[in-house]
Structure formats: C-alpha cells, structure tokens
Design a protein around this ligand. Structure first.
Ligand code: UDX
Length: 450
C-alpha cells in the first residue's frame, strides 16, 4: 500500500486515482474546483465513464479514496504525486501549460517529505524539465524526482485501459525514481519501458499522431474508394488481416474528435514548426480530418440540391459512443456547416444533448429518440456509432422521414440492405453513384442505380 495523491480530477486524474485506490493504495484526489470535489464527496461524478461511479463509491466507502481541494493535506502525506491537469490548446495550437505550472508550484509549497512527482498530463516535450525547475525554484529544500508517465486511456474504456495497459511508459533522469514508479504499476503486469523524460513525452505524442494518421489514411482511401467504386470496409478488413498492418483504427468515417487527437496532433505540429521543421504528414492528417466533416455537407448538396430550408436529422453528438464528451466532436462542426447553409437541425444523442446544446445553433430541435429526430427530415446523418442506432426499425424510420436519405458517417449499415429498403444511402467510402444533379430537389433513386 502506497500513499498517492492525484492533482486534477478530469477523465485521466479521476480514473488514475480510483484505479490506484482499487489496487489497494491510499489515494487523495485534489482539484481546485470546489463544486467538483463536493460532488465527488457525495458520490457524484463530474464526467460519464462506464463503471467509474461504482468504483469511486466502493473505494471511498473502503476509506482508500478521498477527495479534497487542500493541497497540503493531500501532497504533504504522499510518496507519489501524479499531475493530471488539463493541457488545452493555446492560441497558436500549442499546449497551454498554465495548469501544469500552477500544479507544480502548489506541489512545491505542499511537499513535506521526499516524493516522486509523476506527470500524466500530455505535455510538450521538455515539460518534465520545466516542472523540475518550477519546484526547485519555489521550494529549494524540496526532495523530489520528476517522472513522465504518459496515459493512453480511451474515454468509454478508461478503467479497462488502466487495468490492462499494453505498456507502461516511464521517463526520468533519476532511474531509481522510475523503478519505484514501475513497482507501483507491478500489479498491472504490463511491459514497462523506462527511458529519459523527453523520449517518454514524445512516445505519447507519436502514438496519438500515429493513430490519427491511420484514421486520416483510411479516410483518404475511402474518398478514393467512393470515386472508384470500391468498398472501404472490405479494403480495411483486407488490409488489417496483414499482421504488419493490424485492423485497429482503420474505420473510415467523419473523422476523429475528442480531447486528445485533435489537440495532440496540432501541438506536435506546433512543436516541430517552432523548431524550424515543417511536419507535412501531420498537416495532411489534420486537413483530411477536416475534409471528412465537409464531405457530409457536399453529399447532402449532391442529393438535395440547396440545403436552405431543408431539415437534417443528426444521430449522435458525442465524439464517439460510450461517452457524453462533445469536445471537438464531428457532430458540432457538421451542425455548424449545415446551419451556415440554411438547414434546420433535429438532433438526438443518448447522453450528450445537454453538453452539446451550448455549441449548437439556437433553433436546433432536440428529439427524444432517433425516430423523433428523423420525423419530417429531408435527410438523416449518422455521426456517432452508438449501438442503439445499429438496429433501427427501417420501416418505421422510412415512414417518418420526409425523404428517405441517409448519410451513414460511421458505416454502421449495410448499403445493399439500406437500398433494398428504399433508402438513398451513402456511406463513407462505399461507392459513390455518379449521377447528374437534379436541380428540382431529390435525385431519383432510379438514376442512382438503386
Ligand atoms: C485517444 C487515445 O486512443 C488514447 O490512447 C489517448 O490517451 C487519448 O486519446 P479517445 O480520445 O478516448 O482516446 O478515443 P479513441 O477511441 O482513440 O477515438 C478517437 C477518435 O477517433 C474518435 O472520434 C473516434 O470516432 C475516431 N476513430 C477511431 C475513427 O474515426 N476511426 C477509427 O478507426 C478509430
């Protein structure tokens, strides 16, 4: 059993604190947000993450997990202090380090005994050194070592990712400190990589940038498939069975969103640029990702002609299923683009309607289920692949829609079945019928060869 404190109670901090408590350690979670802390003390989570609420309650009840706004109380007792504060994007795409700096200063003031400070926040290369400098300057007597330990948690499966990691990456100049953090992770039985701080920090950025690159790659292939009449789903399957390629992160669609990929790819490109490098591939990855959102609007224009006054239903607002998170969600950008074209929106999401509301056009209609969203719509766009959208009653759906047009932004339906049911159906990269545009409105299904 170790004494641990975790600074910052967002997705990463709260999951880390709770999982370490569940492994039998004594953990204090610290946040400057009093409302968040008092909510947690009453068992209310500030985020939605499957399984986490139950785990928090169980560990609080067992006395292994506490929450506070008091740094002295938390940090003063701890052998291990995790920094898991946010690193939002700054004005120029760089990571904004203000919360990391503030956390380092607070830790320096509160340190009593020797401690290992572990950086979990995704921070620009060199931030480990910055944290060391801040603590040394703020408290010259502090006994500490700084270890970089990037997180690879996915929203929606954060607990499983924490408990069964593919690897634990530790970066430090003090090898003994890194070994002690490795010991802390021993129950997870994962391969541990111990390296220097900057390399550990880079592993995080390179991993996220690579996954984003795979997504943009398959999206580029999808666009080519559309033109040439190939099916990107089958292409990805055929590629993925090659062990050198693998099948993960080859789902074509409306692109990646969320709190990590967009921010991290941009921050990496920014770091390269300020060191005089031009990261062409990273820029292409970001540009392709943006194009995937526009693709939806272009397709709708192809089918419906002008979108002015048309009603479009959006299914799914969160950036992916199993989360209520709408940060950088494709749905918000697509909604914005459609609004600019004069379309009216009817939307439905099982979890994130409230979080999305401030970011959607004011006249958006919030439906109570997918059929309600589709009612009277000129087209329906699947933006997030929630399970409950996968087996909709197609007869009912077609009956309520104004026009039977579906843009499947996540390729969750079988194109042949949808066409058999009488829908004008477009997936992403599943063949685009080349037809002349019908200025009077809908392109005849017959002309599409459907
Ligand atoms: C990601 C990383 O996976 C995680 O390791 C990191 O620490 C944080 O960022 P997360 O943002 O929770 O996790 O979601 P992830 O499941 O990786 O998906 C990111 C985005 O990519 C989603 O918008 C998803 O819809 C999209 N995606 C994913 C695709 O478009 N195609 C794919 O094949 C996979």
């Amino acid at each position: 059993m170790k004494q641990i404190s975790v600074i910052g109670l967002g997705y990463v901090g709260l999951t880390t604190a709770t999982c370490f408590a569940d492994l039998g350690n004594t953990v204090v979670g610290v946040d400057i947000d009093e409302r968040k802390v008092s909510g947690l003390l009453q068992g209310k989570l500030p985020i939605y993450e499957p399984g986490l609420e139950e785990m928090v309650r169980r560990n609080v009840a067992a006395g292994r997990l506490q929450f506070t706004t008091d740094f002295d109380r938390a940090v003063g007792q701890s052998e291990f202090v995790f920094i898991a504060v946010g690193t939002p994007s700054g004005a120029d795409g760089e990571a904004d380090l203000r919360y990391v700096r503030a956390a380092a200063e607070q830790i320096a003031h509160s340190l009593k005994g020797p401690a290992i400070i572990i950086n979990k926040s995704t921070v620009p290369i060199g931030t480990g050194d910055l944290v060391t400098t801040i603590i040394r300057r703020t408290n010259p007597h502090a006994q500490f070592a700084v270890v970089s330990n990037p997180e690879f948690l996915r929203e929606g499966s954060a607990i499983a990712d924490f408990m069964n990691p593919d690897r634990v990456v530790l970066g430090a100049e003090d090898h003994e400190a890194a070994q002690r953090v490795a010991e802390l992770h021993k129950p997870l039985a994962a391969p541990v990589i111990i390296t220097d701080t900057r390399t550990a920090e880079m592993i995080k950025y390179a991993s996220n940038a690579f996954l984003a690159t795979r997504i943009s790659f398959i999206n580029e292939i999808a666009v080519i498939c559309d033109e040439l009449g190939a099916d990107v789903k089958e292409v990805a399957r055929g590629m993925g069975l090659d062990k050198r390629i693998g099948s993960a992160f080859l789902d074509a669609g409306v692109g990646y969103g969320g709190s990590c990929f967009p921010k991290d790819v941009q921050a990496l490109a920014h770091m390269a640029a300020i060191h005089g490098r031009h990261p062409q591939l990273l820029h292409a990855v970001m540009e392709i990702n943006r194009s995937q959102r526009r693709l939806v609007v272009l397709r709708l224009r192809d089918i419906l002609g002008t979108l002015d006054g048309k009603t479009i239903a959006l299914l799914g607002l969160s950036f992916k299923p199993q989360t209520d998170d709408t940060r950088e969600a494709p749905a918000l950008e697509i909604a914005h683009l459609l609004h600019l074209e004069g379309a009216k929106l009817r939307v439905f999401d099982p979890l994130s309607m409230d979080l999305a509301r401030p970011h959607l056009p004011p006249d958006t209609v919030y439906a109570h289920d997918p059929y309600d969203a589709a009612t009277g719509a000129d087209a329906l766009v699947v933006v997030t692949e929630w399970n409950e959208f996968k087996q909709l009653d197609l007869h009912q759906l077609k009956a309520v829609m104004g026009r039977p047009v579906i843009i499947d932004g996540r390729n969750i339906y079988d194109p042949r079945e949808m066409r058999r049911e009488g829908f004008i159906y477009y997936g992403i990269g599943r063949g685009r019928p080349r037809v002349p545009h019908d200025p009077n409105g809908l392109v005849a299904a017959g002309a599409l060869g459907l």
